[in-house]
Design a protein around this ligand. Structure first.
Ligand code: ADP
Ligand code: MG
Length: 433
């Protein structure tokens, strides 16, 4: 119905069409008023919700600054997402995966300080203080080959990281895929699969998905006529010691280098596998041996590198054809852990730190096409030596995992800087000279 104000202003002598116009006009204004009222109500509700959230939250100032920053970032046009084409054919691919806040973190009102802006960029909002104690945000932006946000599934991550490497091993290449990051950032979740209960569902992880695609590819031409056999190994590197995860009792193995610089893990189980089911069985066995499950900061599995390998052999030539190594690295927070009173823990930390630094140098050397690889600097790189030499026959992918929480911001920045250093040269080496 018409609002009273307008009704009295309507002169009687007007023609029906003019009157109709006025009715329409009035209707429009009414709708506009309703829309405005609704918006005001919504803004008020939002403001109240924010107030409720901020009430009692010691970090409400930071939370507010991050909200403002996010609105500003949203209003900037996102860079075109051509990551896919850019990455195709790269020898070294470096990606980042941000996990969602955990239930415990949500109930503790942990702040999410990581914003994924596009398929290849992210910003870390680091709270800082001026000398006069006024708080401010330092926003660090990073760019990688791919950035996966908290909504991405393991399947999506797999699609852009390990999956392209399957074809590479079938073409006779060597491939590695590393999960790097702080303990609790999602390395085991990504590589080994989700934990719906206490048991890990291996089919949902990168190990399982890679195995599935290896057997699928094996059935297609031209590979089905090449007489290739598939076997798997699964071992753990703890300090400088290597343990076979596919043998009862987890025996320690020796690493030997022969005169031709061939590195051998003596006695390592190479279990023949005929289908994905066989592989999942092996994974289950290895994981149960690996003090596995959810990794707490103190659990042993966070202090060891786990290496799962899928090996293709040519039966006719009786020789190695291709190899895919998938590695769940030790937590990278150990390097900074110098405070521990326990000498063994400190030594372990420095060993992990060393192996991760050498790993970075090896990947960088690969990117430079350098013939000098410092692989002897750690047990990890030593046993992976044949996956770093061989020029174009070698491809590698690193997935840097990050926790979104405010309390992890320092580790998150360390992880991203490390990943950035790995990528730096891989980009340079692709640029035309
Ligand atoms: P890490 O192996 O790096 O120490 P985990 O893989 O054990 O970390 O993950 C720590 C916790 O976070 C686990 O409870 C895991 O289920 C959960 N988690 C990790 N990544 C994700 C994700 N992308 N989505 C949902 N939960 C995740
Ligand atoms: Mg883990």
């Amino acid at each position: 119905s018409l609002s009273p104000g307008l009704a009295t202003a309507t002169p009687r002598q007007l023609t029906p069409s003019v009157r109709e116009d006025q009715l329409n006009q009035a209707d429009k204004m009414r709708k506009e008023r309703e829309r405005r009222r609704e918006m005001q109500l919504r803004t008020r509700q939002e403001r109240e919700q924010v107030k409720r959230e901020d009430a009692g939250n010691p970090n409400w100032e930071i939370a507010k600054m991050i909200r403002v920053q996010r609105v500003q970032l949203e209003n900037q046009p996102a860079k075109s997402g051509t990551a896919g084409d850019r990455v195709k054919g790269h020898q070294i691919v470096v990606c980042v995966r941000k996990r969602p806040l955990r239930r415990k973190e949500l109930t503790d009102r942990e702040l999410d300080v990581v914003s994924v802006l596009s398929k290849d960029t992210l910003v870390v909002h680091e709270p800082r203080k001026h000398v006069n104690l006024v708080k401010f945000l330092e926003n660090h932006s990073f760019r990688f080959d791919y950035v996966f946000n908290e909504d991405c599934s393991n399947a999506t991550v797999y699609e852009f990281t390990a999956r392209p490497l399957i074809k590479h091993i079938f073409d006779g290449g060597m491939a590695t895929c590393f999960a790097y990051g702080q303990t609790g950032s999602g390395k085991t979740h990504t590589m080994g699969g989700k934990f719906p209960g206490s048991q890990q569902s291996s089919m949902d992880g990168i190990y399982g998905m890679a195995a599935r695609d290896v057997f699928a590819t094996l059935k297609t031409a031209p590979y089905n006529s090449r007489k290739l056999s598939v076997s798997c190994s699964f071992f753990e590197i703890y300090g400088t010691r290597v343990y076979d995860l596919l043998m009862p009792g987890k025996p320690q193995l020796r690493v030997l280098e022969d005169g031709n610089q061939q590195v051998q893990v003596v006695g390592l189980t190479q279990n023949p596998v005929k289908n994905t089911g066989d592989v999942l069985e092996l994974l289950e066995m290895g994981n149960s041996v690996r003090t596995s499950g959810h990794t707490s900061a103190n659990s042993k599995s966070s202090r060891s590198h786990a290496v799962f390998q899928i090996v293709l052999r040519s039966e006719t030539k009786d020789q190695l054809y291709g190899k895919f190594s998938l590695i769940d690295l030790a937590g990278n927070e150990r390097g900074a852990d110098n405070s521990s009173a326990d000498r063994v823990t400190r030594l372990e930390g420095s060993e992990i730190n060393k192996s991760l630094l050498v790993l970075k140098e090896c990947i960088r050397a690969l990117g430079r096409q350098s013939s000098h690889l410092p692989f002897r600097g750690s047990k990890l790189t030593q046993v992976l030596r044949d996956s770093f030499i061989g020029g174009k026959k070698v491809k590698t992918c690193m997935i840097a995992m990050i926790s979104p929480g405010l309390h992890s911001v320092e580790h998150t920045l360390n992880t991203l800087r490390y990943a950035d250093r790995v990528k730096e040269l891989s980009v340079e080496s692709m640029a035309p000279k």
